[in-house]
Structures are given as C-alpha cells and as structure tokens.
Write a protein that binds this ligand. Structure first.
Ligand SMILES: Cc1ncc(COP(=O)(O)O)c(C=O)c1O
Length: 412
C-alpha cells in the first residue's frame, strides 16, 4: 500500500468527473460526503459496461449473458467478503443499504429471538436507521430499548455505564461504528467483546466507517455488520449485510418470492441457505457490479491512507473553525473521523447551508437523522461538513472563509 503522505490527493480528483464543475458560478466544494460520496469514473464505466454488454437476469438463464451477469454478481459478493475480511462470500447478503440491512436483522433475527421483557441495547448517538427498526421490533415483541449514554458535546460513549446496562435481559446490542453527527469513532471491538462475554448478539452500523478505514469483521468480533454502497463511492440502492454464517442460516427469510427457494409446493416452501434466502426477487444487479469497482478503487488508494487523510482534514477544519467567535463545535477533540458538526450563534443551520451553497460549498444542515441525539444536546439541528479523500486543505480554507463571511453577513 502507498504511503498517505506521498499520495497526491488532488490528482485523485480527476477520477471524479462531478467534482469539476461550478455551482452558482463558484467552484464546487463537496462537503456532504457523509450523506453520499461521489463516484469515480471506474464505477460509472462498470455500470455502463454492464448495461451495454452483459445485462440479463441472474441465477435463472443458462444463456451467455445470464451466465456473465450471474458471475459478475457473485464476484461482487466475493469482493465484499474480502473488503471486510468475512470468512466466506456466503456471509454477504446484498441489501438496498444499511437501513435495509438493519431492518432485515430486526425483522428476521428479532422475530425469532425476542420475547416480551427482553431488552435491546443501543447508544444515544444512533442514526434513525439503527433506532426506528428496533423500536418497531420492540413494540411488536413487547421488548424495551435501553441506551448507552453520550457524554455531551464531546460526543463520546460513557463506557463506565456499559456493565450496568449489559443485563441478562439484553439480547442484542446494536451500535454505530462512526457517528454521522459527531464524528466519533466508537471502540466497537471492545463493546462487542464485553457484550459477547454475556452471550449478547451484536450489530455494528458501518455506514460511515466501511469506506473510510480498514474494516475486519472478525477482528471486531460482531455478529452483524451493515454498510451502504453509495457512501463508499458505489451506486445508490445497494448495501451489504454481513452476518456470521451460523446466525444467518438460523434466521427465517425476510421476504418471500423467487430466487430464495429450493422448492415450492402449494402449501409449503423449502428455502435456500443464506445468503440467497434473504434475496427474494430479481435483485439490484448493476449495484453490486458498481460496488465491486468502488471497493477495488478504495483499496487501491488504501483505506488506512484514507483514514489518515480524513483525520487530518477534520483536525485542520476543527482548528480553523475553533478560531472563529460564536461557534459551537460538536464531537471529540481527538481521533475524530472526517466530519465536523457545528452551530453558529443566532444563525440557523439551514441559513448557514443555504448561504454556503451560494458560495459553491455543499454542506448539510438538519438533525442528520439523529433527532434524539440532537434533543439530548439541546439543539434542533447542526451544520455539518463531511470530507472524503478527494477533498483538500485548500477547500477547507475556502469553507472556513465562507463561514466567516456568513457571520459577517449576520452582523457578527
Ligand atoms: C451512521 C449511519 N447509519 C445508517 C445510515 C443509513 O444509510 P442508508 O440511508 O444508506 O441506508 C446512515 C446514512 O446517513 C448513517 O450515517
């Protein structure tokens, strides 16, 4: 792998056609990567090639195009297994994204394993995707939800509370790897180890981590890991649920239909083993193919390099923002992932984002699908700048200048 310091990060920008444009007459600065990342040419080309040359349904035909399509679809599964160091491709289920992956576990594992009185443990910094499906399950099963607290603006998990929360009634502990609102990198291996010792199943929401640092699900020691293709340079509409094979094979199907059966009679069906039992109907075929190209691209850059670059940009942005007056910055001071959430005194986050957009800077403003966390922090919304490896320090400089101009516009 190449050395992070020797990579010409701005040269990589040429691989992303979308970055080379003006917005409102200003060069685009795309700082909304936590919402979705941009796509390199290789991913766009893989999608075009698939539709121009290979398009056919998978696992059905025995003609040439169907064989090619099936081979490419299954090769993407193998690639995803290597991307997160899964033991085998059978542990990789294609989903629409992180949200569907977590819904699948909540609906399938949850329906089979959760009883009235059981507890689901989450953290206070979860994205709605890792909260609402568990609330729906809790209501159905008569279970309750407990939360590992967040310390405050600093955005760390209060680990001193963990032991008292890991009671015998807890059946699953589902946690975010990197918070999309705070930039916190949670010690998921430690959290999973402590849960596992008590026989508690664990799920890690890797939506913000999978494309930003090396992920090894075996080293993390979780039972399930979920992530989305579109946040790691891949297409929208495709994501991965990884689960330990024995867990997946013990779970009932999530949806029924074609492709997921061994045999069907009028009154009963025998299901395929995982992962196919969880992929009913014609799947998104181009999605995994595009995602395959994205994973190749990211690993050629090196996720350890991306992580260093993310941290450097976030540290630099925090330092420069902290020098402004009337600003509140959320998230950890050390070891922050590549994003910064902040609030300007007396200026609504939506106004910040609207004015930044006029200057060509794409930010995100709102609750970032973490409404309970916002309420805990006593705010309705924040503005967020989120970076990826194709962003540069020069862009951060311009972004901070724009924030200062916004403050001046409001007479500060
Ligand atoms: C931490 C986290 N979890 C889950 C999700 C949901 O991802 P998706 O909308 O791709 O399913 C997101 C998306 O922003 C996220 O940041």
């Amino acid at each position: 792998m190449s050395d992070a310091r020797k990579i010409d990060w701005s040269a990589l920008r040429k691989d992303f056609p979308i970055l080379d444009q003006q917005v409102h007459g200003k060069p685009l600065i795309y700082f909304d990567n936590a919402a979705t990342s941009q796509k390199p040419r290789t991913v766009i080309d893989a999608l075009v090639h698939y539709y121009e040359r290979d398009n056919a349904n998978v696992h059905r035909g025995i003609h040439e195009l169907s064989n090619r399509s099936t081979a490419a679809y299954e090769a993407a599964r193998e690639r995803a297994a290597r991307f997160i160091n899964a033991k085998s491709a059978e542990e990789i289920v294609f989903t629409r994204g992180t949200t569907e992956a977590i819904n699948l576990v909540a609906a399938s594992w949850g329906a089979k394993n959760l009883k009235p009185g059981d507890v689901i443990l989450l953290t206070e910094m979860e994205h709605h995707s890792n909260l609402v499906p568990w609330q729906m399950l809790a209501h159905r099963a008569g279970a309750t939800i407990a939360y590992l607290p967040v310390t405050g603006d600093e955005g760390l998990l209060d680990l001193s509370r963990l032991d008292s929360l890991l009671t015998p009634r807890v059946k699953i502990f589902s946690m975010v790897h990197i918070s999309n609102s705070l930039g916190t990198l949670n010690p998921v291996a430690e959290l999973c180890a402590r849960a596992r010792k008590r026989g508690i199943v664990t799920l890690v929401d890797g939506a913000q981590s999978a494309g930003h640092l090396p992920v090894d699900v075996q080293a993390i020691g979780c039972d399930f890991f979920a992530f989305s293709g579109h946040k790691i340079c891949g297409p929208t509409g495709i994501g991965i649920l990884w689960g330990r094979q024995e867990m997946l094979n013990a779970m009932p199907p999530y949806q029924g239909g074609g492709e997921m059966i061994l045999s069907v009679e009028y009154q009963k069906t025998e299901f395929k083993p995982a992962p196919h039992r969880f992929e009913a109907g014609t799947p998104d075929i181009s999605g995994p193919i595009g995602l395959h190209a994205a994973m190749d691209y990211l690993d050629a850059v090196g996720r350890e390099n991306i992580w260093k670059h993310d941290q450097e940009l976030a540290g630099y942005a925090c330092e420069k923002l902290a020098a402004l007056k009337n600003i509140r910055i959320f998230g950890p001071k050390q070891n922050r992932a590549g994003l910064v959430s902040f609030l300007l005194k007396d200026i609504h986050a939506h106004d910040v984002v609207t004015l930044a957009d006029q200057a060509g800077v794409a930010l995100r403003g709102g609750h970032h699908c973490t409404q309970p966390l916002m309420h805990k922090l006593g705010v309705e919304s924040t503005a967020r700048a989120s970076f990826y490896f194709y962003n540069t320090k020069a862009e951060v400089d311009r972004f901070v200048e724009v924030i200062r101009e916004i403050q001046k516009f409001f007479g500060q």
